[in-house]
Design a protein. Structure first.
Length: 256
């Protein structure tokens, strides 16, 4: 079995694969002050609760955009699983060629998403990840990562709205039935969600226009991606497990 881990700015997402079957996936808050023992006991508890024998996990792969967490987390893999984890970074086989001006600036999560989307759906592609930041990545038909666009995530926008205003509350992010809001909470929800749908549609249309290709497939993922995907026809596929699938694909490419 393979443990796949993505360490993001907000959440750490974990999954366990048995061959090509995803046995389960979980997320925990990313905290820089956790020790390797805390991570280890948390992961073991998750596996035990889901009837997964940790002793059968023989390898692991990690992608991370939070360097401060990596020391504790890699020590967790060594101490509790007796595994030297594979780290997504320079020198690793991915099947994606980074053609941006500075390939080292491209986050590991973006590479992993791109691998999974290209392997499953082919190119050309726009891959959108609705995470802490929302990223739009352009992959051509040859599997080359060409361009990336980054915008504040939905949760960042929501947090800024309530924390920077004296009378607006912290709200649940969900799409109201109508954009014509009659109270403060639904007016904020309407502005956030419908505004974000509008941003997504404009960026996708602008990419297609500048690429001179209206037939680019659009694949989305990320925790809040479902809300946006359900609200627009400009996203062709919503795949909530895209990142975990990409990690497993990269693991397999480097295990043969």
């Amino acid at each position: 079995m393979v443990l796949v881990v993505d360490i993001g700015n907000t959440n750490i997402v974990l999954g366990v694969y048995n061959n090509d079957d995803l046995l389960g996936s979980w997320r925990m808050l990313t905290k820089n002050d956790k020790t390797s023992d805390e991570y280890g006991m948390y992961i073991l508890s998750l596996l035990q609760f889901n009837n997964i024998d940790y002793k059968k996990i023989s390898s692991a792969i990690i992608s991370s955009v939070v360097p401060n967490v990596m020391h504790s987390f890699t020590n967790t893999m060594r101490r509790y699983f007796n595994i030297e984890p594979l780290i997504v970074g320079p020198g690793i086989k991915t099947g994606i060629m980074i053609k941006s001006e500075n390939p080292k600036e491209v986050g590991a999560d973006r590479i992993v998403d791109s691998v999974a989307a290209y392997e499953q759906y082919g190119g050309p592609l726009i891959v959108i990840d609705f995470g802490t930041a929302t990223t739009y990545d352009v992959i051509n038909e040859n599997g080359e990562f060409l361009y990336g666009i980054t915008s504040p995530g939905i949760q960042i926008s929501a947090d800024a709205l309530w924390s920077k205003t004296a009378q607006l509350p912290n709200i649940e992010i969900k799409k109201p039935k109508s954009i014509l809001a009659k109270n403060t909470i639904t007016s904020m929800q309407a502005g956030l969600v419908y505004g974000y749908i509008g941003q997504t549609e404009y960026i996708v249309k602008k990419i297609k226009e500048e690429m001179k290709n209206e037939n680019i497939k659009v694949v989305a993922t990320g925790g809040l991606g479902r809300i946006i995907s359900d609200g627009t026809k400009h996203i062709d596929i919503y795949d909530p497990q895209l990142l975990l699938k990409g990690l497993k694909l990269i693991h397999d490419k480097n295990s043969n």
